[in-house]
Design a protein around this ligand. Structure first.
Ligand code: ZN
Length: 478
């Protein structure tokens, strides 16, 4: 039988820009097999590694959805028309015919069910959907809470962290009571209380190149709530390799970004950022701070995109980067283009499997280069010297807002960035001890000053946190 296959726009690049192709085939499976043998590049966009048609690809024969039929064996007649419909606007969850809602679920989701855009069909899609969130922190909190409330069928969470008091300013999944407990345990209890029907899969692990494909493969959509570059590139690459949508969000201080990567024919994270910034250039939230509400806003945008993809409604943030500025209370949108030379999602790809992402991001597996031990001083040793009234110039290289939280009595504040221009305030004849929060920034200050001829300068080991631990418990830690 000779049939016509209609190729959707995003997949045309894999078939020489053809809109339609004539293929011989007795059944749908037969025709698709011939199509992908003729155009091997198309194969990974249509089929997953286990040989099943990807969950966001639908096949229609003469305008009839054959999703619930034995698609592969559906016979074809001469001049039948096959349409490949990828879920550009969604439809990621294929609903099994026997899934339905119980009366109490109908009541629970009634405000969804009476909306024409959701309705029974949409709620069943949500119930069939499997979503993985990476991280149960700032972005993961609103993501997990709203997806659980919305009634997604299966929610996976990857996290290996423990709830810390400093998390509670923004990570609303956790509570004062769960400080010290694993985040997964804390999240599970909170989410189960919200909606016991959601099947939860908890991965008490760091996402790595070794486990990522195995964990991600069981999900329809991945929501990236990570806070570091190696994991971001890892999530991106794993999603592209598996053909999964990657709902992206990131936050810093008052600003956030969101987009949807990894859709067929659409840009990925590497198309936007081919390479990470060098380590240390972009501070993490732990170093630079973040407005507690910000991950709420960005995480809720991610959750909205996840639900839209599942429902197949609206215009997803595909090929668009949404920028949010909380200080101006403004949203801006940038158009994203696919990088024709993207190393993972283009035809010229050079990455065919997951790589070492720490190395890619310039993070060495060895601990940071250490200062010689005689350039360092222990907090207890410093206390002894100060008690003996030794003349010591205490140099605090933190930022003014950190100085307001706590300081060592008698210290002088010169933030690290202003140190090169203010060296004249220091006397190289003095015994100087530099400190910061944990000892990293002051280590750089010591290195800088030693190179400038200061020979009597030392770094306070462990920073003011070490001072609080070993000398003065009244100094607040932050
Ligand atoms: Zn790309």
């Amino acid at each position: 039988m000779s049939v016509t296959v209609h190729i959707p726009t995003p997949l045309r690049q894999y078939v020489g820009q053809a809109e339609t192709l004539t293929i011989e085939g007795k059944t749908v499976g037969d025709a698709l097999h011939k199509l992908t043998s003729q155009y091997p590049d198309l194969k990974k966009h249509l089929y997953s590694e286990d040989g099943n048609l990807r969950s966001f690809i639908n096949i229609y024969v003469n305008d009839e959805d054959v999703r619930y039929l034995e698609r592969n064996k559906t016979p074809l007649k001469e001049s039948d028309e096959i349409r490949i419909i990828p879920s550009i606007a969604g439809g990621s969850a294929a609903v099994a015919p026997n899934v339905e809602l119980r009366p109490d679920e109908i009541l629970r989701y009634s405000r969804h069910l009476i909306m024409p855009e959701v309705g029974m069909e949409g709620q069943l899609k949500l119930k069939a959907a499997r979503v993985l969130t990476i991280g149960a922190g700032g972005l993961g909190s609103p993501l997990a809470l709203y997806l659980t409330a919305a009634g997604v069928g299966k929610l996976g969470i990857v996290d290996f962290d423990v709830v810390d008091l400093t998390n509670l300013q923004r990570q609303i999944l956790h509570s004062t009571e769960t400080v010290g407990k694993p985040k997964l345990e804390s999240a599970r209890d909170r989410l189960k209380a919200l909606n016991p029907d959601v099947q939860m899969e908890l991965y008490d692990a760091k996402l790595t190149s070794e486990n990522a494909l195995e964990i991600l493969k069981d999900y329809d959509i991945v929501a990236d709530g990570t806070d570091n570059f190696p994991t971001r590139y890892l999530v991106n690459d794993a999603c592209v390799l598996l053909g999964k949508p990657n709902v992206y969000g990131s936050i810093f201080r008052f600003e956030g970004q969101a987009s949807v990567f990894g859709m067929p024919g659409a840009p990925c994270y590497r198309c936007l950022y081919p390479e990470p910034p060098p380590p240390g250039l972009v501070p993490s939230c732990a170093e630079g701070g973040v407005l507690g509400i910000l991950p709420g806003i960005i995480g809720v945008i991610q959750a909205t995109e996840v639900v839209k993809l599942i429902l197949g409604k609206g215009e997803p943030l595909v090929g668009r980067l949404l920028l949010f500025d909380a200080l101006r209370m403004s949203f801006r949108e940038l158009k994203l283009r696919r990088d024709p030379k993207c190393p993972i999602c283009s035809e010229h790809r050079t990455i065919h499997k997951l790589i070492d992402y720490n190395q890619f991001c310039g993070i060495s597996p060895q601990p940071q280069e250490k200062l010689p031990s005689d350039w360092e001083i222990d907090p207890v040793e410093l206390k002894d010297l100060l008690d003996k009234s030794e003349r010591i110039f205490l140099l605090d290289v933190r930022e003014p807002q950190e100085w307001q939280i706590c300081r060592i009595p008698g210290a002088h504040l010169i933030p690290l960035g202003q140190l090169p221009a203010n060296m004249n305030q220091l006397n190289s004849a003095d015994n100087i001890v530099a400190y910061c929060r944990s000892g990293v920034r002051s280590g750089k200050a010591v290195d800088l000053l030693r190179k400038s001829g200061f020979q009597k300068i030392k770094n306070l080991k462990g920073g003011i946190l070490g001072w609080a631990d070993k000398v003065d418990p009244a100094v607040p830690k932050y």
